[in-house]
Design a protein around this ligand. Structure first.
Ligand code: DI6
Ligand code: FE
Length: 399
């Protein structure tokens, strides 16, 4: 299996955009063999079956490094109740909020969860994703967290998509553990971590460090177990307040700290020193009508790599499109179009601990997006457009 893309406008993402006009990409098997200007194409690759890109923009396949797409039901009615004036308490009394998703997810079978997750994965693929990360965290029992992780693992068997799974049992305290978050960590989060790891269901471990979820001490307890298993760490930190979660993540060698709207200077310094990626999630900020934007300029100055993801979830981010997240990050947070594309390619790969994707270069996976666009800024400039023309996944064109 081999293919030669010709007449592409390449954004290799190897040095800034790494733009190469009128470029070619030679692909052999599931890897990139060569990429460069058409007129420098080595003889060895010139005979491959060609696909003329007609000048279209070609980027690395997009990577959504933070999502929660395994869940049952949705929260559209709750959204409507709020817009009709219902308070948070009224919504909760009517069975709404994150715990309504937990109830629905517990009640759903693996087959039902998979069917719903695949429909969401299709939306992500249609918007340009070739790799996604998927978290558990709506089961909140040992059995239901494992069920979610098994479903997440099965997605890639049904779709042209690479999936990394993240254990997020420490997402919320379920009602049966109300006021007993420490016991929940000991009796559910840690045992589900060990069981799921033994089944090979976990690529990373995450937690929600927040007043309404878990304290830094509880997160550290869980992360110490995860680290002993050799699992990479990620953390929902400083989304609603500054509990110093990002500094904890940095100190424990986590791949990323995610949300980070409320991070202070000490957290930024700690992340920069440790090389922790900041994962920026404008979909949740938009939905919650937050006003505290993440300190993009300070991350930029400190040299903290910024990834960008959808956070696709039923409560705070019903968004599947990375290009829309890129637009939001530019308009709401003043990230540059280059930063948003790096955030969904090279830096997203780094936020997942991956080095085999995120750029267009020899030996990288041949996961590419062909866009109905001529310049990468078009991807973040449009609002809600999906200018994807075709994808190459593992060396195969799936137009
Ligand atoms: N932060 C969020 O915004 C979501 N989870 C998290 O840790 C909310 C999840 C939900 O409301 O269903
Ligand atoms: Fe999240």
């Amino acid at each position: 299996m081999a293919i030669l893309l010709t007449h592409a406008t390449l954004a290799t993402m190897t040095d800034g955009y790494g733009l190469i006009p009128d470029a070619a990409v030679a692909i052999k098997g599931d890897r990139i063999a060569w990429a460069g200007p058409m007129d420098a194409l080595p003889e060895a690759w010139s005979g491959l079956p060609a696909h003329d890109c007609g000048g279209r923009l070609v980027t690395p396949g997009l990577i959504d490094c933070h999502s929660h797409i395994v869940f049952a039901g949705d929260r559209a009615v709750e959204f409507e109740m709020r817009l009709n004036g219902a308070s948070y308490e009224e919504v909760a009394r009517a069975g709404g909020g994150i715990l309504s998703t937990v109830r629905a997810t517990r009640a759903a079978s693996e087959a039902e969860l998979l069917e719903q997750a695949l429909a969401r994965a299709d939306l992500m693929i249609a918007a340009g994703a070739t790799t996604i990360e998927v978290k558990s965290g709506y089961g909140l029992t040992v059995t239901d967290e494992l069920k979610m992780l098994r479903v997440a693992r099965r997605i890639a068997a049904h779709r042209p998509l690479r999936v990394l799974t993240t254990h997020l049992a420490a997402h919320a305290v379920p009602p049966e553990y109300a006021g007993r978050a420490d016991a929940y960590i000991e009796e559910v989060a840690i045992p589900s971590l060990h069981k799921a790891h033994a089944e090979g269901l976990i690529d990373a471990v995450d937690a929600f460090c927040e007043g309404i979820a878990f304290s830094p001490a509880q997160v550290e307890r869980l992360f110490t177990e995860a680290r002993a298993l050799g699992l990479p760490l990620k953390l929902h930190a400083e989304q609603l307040s500054d509990l110093k979660g990002a500094a904890l993540a940095a100190r424990m060698g986590a791949l990323s700290a995610d949300h980070v709207e409320y991070i202070a200077a000490d957290g930024i310094t700690a992340m920069a020193a440790a090389g922790t990626v900041a994962v920026i999630l404008p979909g949740a900020f938009y939905t919650l009508r937050e006003t505290q934007a993440p300190p993009i300029a300070a991350f930029r100055t400190a040299g903290v790599p910024m990834a960008l993801a959808t956070d696709f979830n039923p409560g705070t981010a019903p968004i599947a499109s990375l290009p829309l997240a890129m637009n939001m990050a530019c308009t709401l947070f003043r990230m540059t179009p280059l930063e948003t594309l790096a955030g969904t390619t090279t830096h997203a790969a780094r936020a997942l601990g991956l080095t085999d994707r995120g750029t267009i270069a020899p030996c990288q996976l041949a996961d590419l997006c062909l866009w109905q666009a001529r310049h990468p800024a078009e991807l973040s400039y449009r609002i809600g457009a999906t200018p994807l023309h075709a994808r190459i996944f593992g060396g195969r064109l799936d137009a």
